[in-house]
Design a protein around this ligand. Structure first.
Ligand SMILES: Nc1ncnc2c1ncn2[C@@H]1O[C@H](COP(=O)(O)OP(=O)(O)OP(=O)(O)O)[C@@H](O)[C@H]1O
Ligand SMILES: [Mg+2]
Length: 367
């Protein structure tokens, strides 16, 4: 795999980060600070630089610093001994993305250049929560496996919205419904194809990872759980027969917007049955699968963002986390309120420490 890391990061007016210029190390970067100082904001700015999106909001306007007009992030990425500058400028209603000051062909083309995986406390919903988080996991990995998947998903979502609008404004016999449903099926099947391929790889890797993380007698099974027939005619028929009920409930009862990745331990669905510790193991297994699949798809080790690793850490979990981290060979950014608990096991040259206070970041040197 080719080496990849962010060598320089410049952030302006991004949330509470007024002006940050950071020289991260190639391996571990430990960012500490009290609550509310800007640790997650820093990780978010890295994620935006890499993907043009945030991992905690879809409303890009929220990212612009209070009172500022324009936020920007600019990352110099060293990739296989070459370097490029990826930048994102944000102002209300507009997003400007550039690679070496040139417009990329599409947002997807931009988003796959610097693979990045984020791990934050809310991630437990991957195992415990509703299907949305798992669909997003499949879509994130699909993007790196096949950048076209982003456009397919957008086209599907648009067609579905138009069908729903037609139903709700003009009823189940609206004359344009067959047209929308044809589009829904065409793009929906494409989305399902991407997700099926992603789910297969993610499941394989997650099952293996789980067997290493959890008690050896527990067996995880995982697989794509589509919510529409994979046959074109059957999918069309399913939509046509549900027009009245879809109109009443305000959304379609079939289609990949309801897909899931099914997860079971020893044959029992994980959700609602697994213990807290088992949910953690499943989550960690899914995230390490994501890292592996994304890495293999792009031929690099993804940059890893680990937010708030010190929350509720006990000794066993810390050990599990660090054995996981030792296996990662790429660049890692981790935030914590308790840097004294973070033993990266790395020698000094592989680790850089930073402290954030009120949006200002400084590098610290121990000893
Ligand atoms: N658009 C914005 N402009 C300015 N400040 C913002 C903006 N959005 C959020 N903030 C501020 O950023 C701060 C939170 O930063 P962040 O979430 O990075 O904290 P943190 O260091 O991760 O804290 P914790 O340890 O509690 O997770 C808050 O003080 C919040 O008010
Ligand atoms: Mg935080």
């Amino acid at each position: 795999m080719r080496p990849l890391h962010v060598a320089h990061l410049q952030v302006r007016a991004f949330r509470n980060l007024a002006a940050v210029d950071l020289e991260p190390g190639e391996r571990f970067n430990v960012v500490s600070g009290d609550n509310g100082q800007g640790k997650t904001n820093l990780l978010e700015s890295l994620y935006v630089a890499a993907t043009s999106k945030s991992f905690r909001t879809s409303k890009m306007n929220e990212l612009v610093g209070f009172g500022a007009e324009l936020a920007s992030v600019r990352a110099t990425v060293a990739d296989d001994f070459e370097s490029r500058v990826q930048s994102v400028g944000l102002k209300p209603g507009a997003r400007l993305v550039r690679i070496d000051d040139k417009r990329p062909a599409s947002l997807a083309a931009y988003a796959v250049r610097t693979p990045i995986v984020v791990f934050h406390p809310g991630e437990m919903t991957l195992s415990m929560g509703a299907s949305g988080e798992r669909r997003r996991l499949l879509d994130r990995t699909s993007l790196y496996m096949s950048p076209q998947s982003m456009a397919d998903l957008e086209a599907y979502t648009r067609a579905m919205k138009e069908r729903q609008r037609a139903l709700e404004t003009r009823g189940p016999s609206a004359s344009d419904l067959p047209e929308w449903e044809t589009l829904v099926v065409r793009h929906g099947l494409a989305v399902m194809g991407h997700r099926a391929r992603a789910a297969e790889l993610v499941s394989d890797k997650a099952i293996l990872a789980f067997s290493r993380i959890a008690a050896p007698e527990l067996v995880l099974t995982a697989g794509y759980a589509p919510s529409a027939p994979s046959d074109e005619a059957a999918f069309l028929e399913a939509l046509a027969s549900r027009r009245t009920s879809d109109m009443r409930r305000g959304s379609a009862g079939v289609g990949p917007h309801r897909d899931d990745l099914s997860l079971a331990i020893d044959g029992h669905p994980v959700r609602g049955v697994a213990s807290q510790g088992q949910h953690r193991a499943v989550t960690l297994a899914l995230k390490s699968a994501e890292i592996e699949v994304v890495g293999q798809a792009r031929g690099v080790r993804p940059i890893l963002l680990l937010d708030d690793v010190s929350s509720e850490l006990d000794r066993v979990r810390t050990a599990a986390l660090f054995s996981f981290l030792r296996e990662q060979r790429g660049q890692v950014f981790l935030t914590t309120t308790r840097p004294e608990l973070i033993d990266t096991g790395a020698d000094g040259s592989a680790r850089r420490d930073f402290v954030v206070k009120s949006g200002v970041i400084v590098r610290t040197f121990s000893g």
